[in-house]
Write a protein that binds this ligand. Sequence first.
Ligand SMILES: *Cc1c(COP(=O)(O)O)cnc(C)c1O
Length: 400
Amino acid sequence: MAARQIYFDNNATTPLHPEVRKEMVAAMDMYGNPSSMHAYGREARANVEDARKRVARFMGADESEIVFTGSGSEANNTVLSLFVCHTTQCIPGMRQTIVTSKIEHPCVLETSDCLKHRGVDVKYLEVDGYGKVDLGQLEETLKSTSVGLVSVMMANNEIGTLQDIPVISRLAHKYGALMHTDAVQAFGKVPVNVDDLGVDFLTVSGHKIYGPKGIGALYVRKGIPYCPFIRGGHQERGRRAGTENTLGIMGLGMAVDMRAAEMAAEEVRLQGLRDILKKGIGERIDEALFNGHPTDSLANTLNVSFPGAEGEAILLYLDLAGIAVSTGSACASGSLDPSHVLLATGVDAERAHGSIRISLGRENTLDDVEYMLEVLPGVINRIRNMSTAYIKGGVHASAR
Ligand SMILES: *Cc1c(COP(=O)(O)O)cnc(C)c1O
């Protein structure tokens, strides 16, 4: 390992908050089943319900509206799968069209695609150059088609762009559709209040907010049609079978409390660091092209393209220097397909290939940012010099 280790990949996952870790270590041996009526069970149940209250309170929901899930992905799958619920709990007359966007997380896009093959009609909204969904196209679609659900993410994981969820919710409801938002990246970074947003469903995940992996929560508005994705138990009021992940739930509860305490100041600090990074990169590196929205964006996220330098090569050279970033999304790495998000914003394939995502978190300092600004220009130069395809400011003969 390099002498210095800097983690700039907080949109992929975050380290545990020390208080979360403490809470989980202390609870490690609390093995009672929350469904058991004896003292062991009651202790676990009390802790699960306490965490539920904390999660609910932080998003302005009632505790009865929170369903704990095994991940953010599972929560998103649960909502979309309402369309193919054919049991006795089936939703009668559920309109068979989903409207989502082209820049959703793969767990929404791939589930939608799968539903398409099962007869559900899916429409994908275009986004503009900043990653904002096309509201005109949304209203046209709602007007002309009988839409059952609109699912648009609150903040994009790759470029950080925030959507105008209250506006989208109002449009969805105006035409009788339900509204879901994947708030995994937004929750804990910007204020999330289910009533202000006007959503019927909202997804969050533990490990993006310094909580544990393998725990998520789905907000389901009271009285809204629902169908369990995982069946076979009475847990979560019959909405998600399986013995509760007590430890994960408690970790999520504590992570939420810590966000409630730290979020406001932390986001101002991270935005300061992000802006120093952005300015420094712009000054020190030729042709640094920033992706996403300049202002309506997560404070911690910086996505930048360096034409003539492959994102994977940048990632590996930075890794040698002890700096962890990502190319596009973590889920897309390993494949050489350019980011679907960047392509949807109109970025060409070469620029998309030359992009990295730097996502800051609570452990990052000004020192980290300065070190990055020392290392990155050399890395980009080195890669560009090796690449015969790169001509500064000019046409890039395609190497692929
Ligand atoms: C990470 C992420 C998810 C998936 O959450 P998991 O808990 O890892 O399954 C979903 N949506 C977005 C926007 C994410 O960033």
